[in-house]
Design a protein. Structure first.
Length: 262
């Protein structure tokens, strides 16, 4: 399927955006390391939706935005993006870090959403669980934490080890650290706000997630009214990479049958 790459400005912040497909609009927010790569999951979604896939500022070579200092800044940034694109309402799908941003958007402006899909999101504090500290890990440890099938990590492997590529990875880590370092991987205010979500919500979770295991999934399901939980048995933290066809089918079915039409 043909995709279009665009660069635009959102309230003065440069945005790199991939779009593809036709149908109702769907905004996909990627996780760490997942920007700028149109993969089988997005390809499958684009069979039913017009998929809008931006890079987070500072990720995948996109310019950084020094004004972004909190996760809520990113949520407002994407609401501004919807305004710039002229999209009144979208299906919103977020994975991991992108799921955290998506949840923040849902508690702020649920009227802009037709449906909400959170794929192994981080973002809330869960009793009895401490997120593994990825910033202190070597690459093999990160792969073992994130992936059930280590070979799936190749989808996010950098194209080379050039100075330019290493600089992009450094800027990406810096952009992440600005919003998820302290406290690490959660917003202390978000969990109690999840009850405000009225958008039909699907939680998708890898059965073997070692970053945010199923105890975290149960916490999200408990807090979001009427949330539906689907567990993917062959996946770790990134079922959209490890089981893209099964996950895309679940997302399409939920959005088309449970999503708001007006």
């Amino acid at each position: 399927m043909e995709t279009q790459s665009r660069e635009l400005a959102v309230r003065g912040t440069p945005v790199r955006l991939l779009t593809g497909g036709a149908g109702p609009p769907l905004l996909f927010l990627h996780g760490a390391g997942g920007g700028g790569r149109w993969l089988p999951f997005q390809e499958r979604l684009a069979e039913r939706f017009s998929v809008h896939f931006p890079n987070h500022p500072g990720h995948a070579g996109a310019p950084a935005a020094e004004w972004i200092e909190h996760i809520s800044d990113l949520a407002f940034h994407y609401l501004d993006l919807l305004d710039t694109l002229g999209l009144e309402r979208v299906h919103l799908v977020g994975a991991s870090f992108g799921g955290w941003i998506a949840a923040e958007i849902a508690v702020m402006a649920g009227s802009r959403l037709s449906s909400l899909v959170l794929i192994d999101p981080v973002g809330i504090k869960v009793e009895g669980w401490i997120y593994p500290f990825l910033f202190g890990m070597e690459l093999p440890q990160i792969v073992a934490t994130i992936f059930h099938d280590p070979m799936a990590a190749l989808a996010l492997a950098p194209p080379d080890t050039s100075i330019d590529t290493l600089a992009i990875l450094y800027r990406q880590s810096t952009a992440l650290a600005r919003v998820e370092w302290n406290p690490y991987l959660y917003n202390p205010l978000l969990r109690r706000r999840l009850a405000r979500i009225t958008t039909p919500t699907l939680l998708c979770w890898g059965a073997h997630d070692r970053l945010a295991p199923l105890v975290c999934a149960e916490a999200w399901r408990k807090e979001i009214p009427d949330a539906v939980l689907r567990v993917f048995e062959e996946s770790g933290h990134v079922p959209h990479l490890e089981e893209p066809e099964a996950l895309a089918a679940a997302v399409i079915e939920f959005c088309t049958t449970r999503g708001r039409t007006r």
